[in-house]
Ligand binder design. Structure first.
Ligand code: ADP
Ligand code: ZN
Length: 356
């Protein structure tokens, strides 16, 4: 088993990573407390039996939702909290978030607000959640007007990552995780980026010989960054590499065309092209990034997108200041920096580099 410590002051926690970790789930779930498992019906139909068998002596209360981002809202949060009240949960009891990013964000948010905050354990089951969203304590839900607009920073007390659950993921969900994995190499560790690129097929086929190490390295990098900057006042922004463009593409397509990770892969591709255009990185390095993204075989065409509409969306993003758009761009091997670009400059660069 691999272990990563997230050393945030007064609320540090461990991330435990390994194949078949969930076979020992009962050793992590103390029967001193009541537990509520928040999950979705896809995940529960595959892994429910294991939990029922392993936690038989301390049967958790189950709250299973219909899968999908549409459920990540205040109505579901209220229903989960009502169910905790009906089951006499107190401030000492705990939540297990068992699922992908949707479940992690929403169950974490319930933990952040129930009786002003209780403990929770993250058990991420998608590659995206295992390498990215389950670590760092961002929790929240959507409004129809804006994603993740209601939320709180609330760190879990433990993150349990069982790499064998990835085997039941739809293939598209694996490529989705890849976007964030490549991101970690580019922001912090060039040799990890090289390792990921040379093991792309092993990652796509979820080779259990390499997955725990890859997930561990992503968690280490995220842990290091969020430990220094829990609330995104400084370097946590670097985790947004690829995301300025990704969010614009997701918004422009109403979240219907790309998964988050696919949008991030496109975002990294075009942000690397921006960095090349702006002379921030050597050609050889830029080309290496572009080749890596192409090797994932996702469709990189921006045909049908209006660049000025994408820029409008970016301007309205909550991360911007003074009408300038924040981009995190590669600035050397394994290094990124923030650039605040005026609207017309960003627009002319993007027009220049978009591929159809
Ligand atoms: P993320 O935001 O992490 O990409 P979601 O929470 O949107 O993920 O989950 C994506 C889809 O994958 C959902 O339909 C969910 O039910 C399903 N899912 C999650 N984990 C697994 C798993 N281990 N095996 C099969 N399906 C899964
Ligand atoms: Zn992301």
């Amino acid at each position: 088993m691999e272990k990563v410590r997230v050393d945030i002051e007064n609320k540090g926690y461990d991330i435990k990573i390994g194949e078949k970790l969930l076979d020992n789930i009962s050793s992590y779930i103390s029967n001193e407390y009541k537990w509520m498992i928040v999950t979705d019906s896809n995940v529960w139909s595959i892994y429910g039996e294991l939990f029922e068998r392993e936690l038989g002596g301390n049967k958790p209360v189950l709250y299973s939702i219909t899968p999908g981002e549409e459920q990540k809202n205040l109505h579901t949060v209220t229903e989960i909290i009502k169910s905790m009240l009906e089951n006499n949960f107190t401030r000492g009891d705990k939540i297990i978030a068992l699922g992908g990013g949707v479940i992690g964000d929403m169950a974490g948010f319930c933990a952040a607000i129930f009786m002003r905050g209780i403990s929770f354990v993250q058990i991420p089951t998608t590659l995206l959640a295992q390498v990215d969203s389950s670590v760092g304590g961002k929790t929240g839900v959507n409004l129809p007007e804006a994603k993740n607009i209601i939320g709180a920073f609330h760190q879990p007390e433990l993150v349990l990552i069982d790499t064998s659950v990835l085997k039941t993921l739809p293939p598209r969900e694996v490529v989705t995780g890849l976007g964030e994995i490549i991101k970690y190499g580019l922001i912090e560790d060039y040799s990890f980026f090289r390792y990921v690129v040379s093991n792309l097929n092993g990652i796509i086929s979820l080779d259990q010989g390499i997955m725990p190490g890859i997930i561990k390295r992503c968690c280490e990098i995220k842990a290091k960054i969020v430990t220094q900057d829990e609330r995104e006042r400084g370097i946590r922004k670097f985790l947004n590499l690829g995301h300025t463009i990704a969010h614009a593409l997701e918004t422009a397509t109403e979240y219907k065309i790309y998964t988050h990770g696919e949008a991030v892969l496109l975002g990294i591709y075009y942000e690397a092209k921006m960095a090349l255009k702006m002379g921030l990185i050597e050609n050889a390095y830029g080309e290496e990034i572009l080749r890596a993204i192409k090797a994932t075989k996702i469709n990189l065409s921006l045909k049908g997108f209006s660049v000025s509409r994408l820029i409008d969306i970016m301007i309205n993003d909550k991360k911007n200041k003074d009408n300038r758009i924040s981009f995190i761009l590669p600035r050397g091997r394994g290094r990124v920096e923030e650039y605040l670009l005026e609207r017309n400059i960003a627009q002319s660069i993007l027009l220049d580099i978009s591929e159809v």
